[in-house]
Ligand binder design. Structure first.
Ligand code: UDP
Length: 253
């Protein structure tokens, strides 16, 4: 749609793209070094540069950020009864906001126009996530960074990514993670684990493969939202995935 609301798909250079609209889930682990915690701006900039190049091909990009580099609710409360698990999940959601602020500045330092949108209202830091407004930003070519997950505890940002992919009518959910895709077993424990190039949602369910939360997978399956899981540490992978190249593992019907 153009600014005046008319459909301009025939003149749209993005009509030749593999995907016109993408939700890119970036795990918080991308923001720190392996086995460490916190935010390292060089790492953030590295992801920002890849995203910037990917956006240059014309696809609309909504990023859903994780917060695992700072705090995960479930981990924080295990063996720690002095904090309610719901409180810890809210802390996890706030962690994603810190990551979002860092990524926004990194993207803008490269000349990208961005909007930071939060599912938990905090005027003065980020604008509230409102679906129609988010779509409008995307149509205007802005990269939107979606933080605070779903705004509700007891789920992870994978569920938020699936939710946003569906409501923003993305063509694909790209999950950027620290492994090369979906393996038959945990590749960090078994070096002989097999890397799959393509799977169905049912394969994932039957083999109990650890891709995303069950809730996120179930939502994607219900609405046939394809998911591509790939390694963000391999330079150029974000760009390749956005262009529809066969990196990592594709999960579909
Ligand atoms: N979280 C939550 N609700 C949401 C999204 C996230 O409660 O809708 C919390 C949850 O505790 C989660 C943490 O925020 O562990 C950080 O997100 P996540 O673990 O998904 O980050 P990632 O592993 O992708 O870096």
């Amino acid at each position: 749609m153009s600014d005046d609301g008319k459909n301009t798909a025939s003149q749209d250079p993005s009509s030749k793209l593999a995907y016109k609209r993408i939700v890119l889930k970036i795990s918080g682990e991308g923001f720190c070094n392996p086995g460490e915690r916190g935010i390292i701006m060089d790492n953030v900039l590295h992801i920002a540069e890849q995203t910037y190049r990917a956006a240059g091909h014309g696809a609309q990009i909504a990023i859903v950020l994780g917060g695992g580099n700072i705090l995960r609710g479930a981990q924080f409360t295990s063996g720690n009864s002095s904090v309610h698990e719901a409180t810890a999940h809210y802390m996890g959601m706030l962690a994603t906001v810190m990551n979002g602020l860092a990524l926004q500045d990194a993207l803008e330092s490269l000349g990208c126009e961005t909007r930071l949108m939060t599912a938990i209202r905090m005027e003065g830091v980020a604008e509230a996530y409102i679906r129609r407004r988010a779509r409008r930003h995307l149509e205007k070519g802005r990269i939107i960074i979606l933080v605070a997950g779903t705004g509700s505890p007891f789920v992870t940002t994978d569920t938020a990514a699936a939710q946003r992919a569906l409501e923003l009518e993305a063509d694909v959910l790209l999950k950027a993670t620290r492994v090369d895709g979906i393996y038959s077993e945990d590749p960090e424990k078994n070096p002989h684990a097999i890397l799959y190039s393509e799977l169905t949602y049912d394969d994932v369910h039957r083999q109990n493969l650890k891709v995303m939360d069950q809730e996120a997978i179930a939502k994607c399956k219900q609405y046939e939202m394809p998911i591509r899981v790939f390694n963000f540490r391999t330079v150029g992978n974000i760009e390749r995935a956005v262009q529809g190249e066969r990196v990592g593992t594709l999960v579909k019907v």
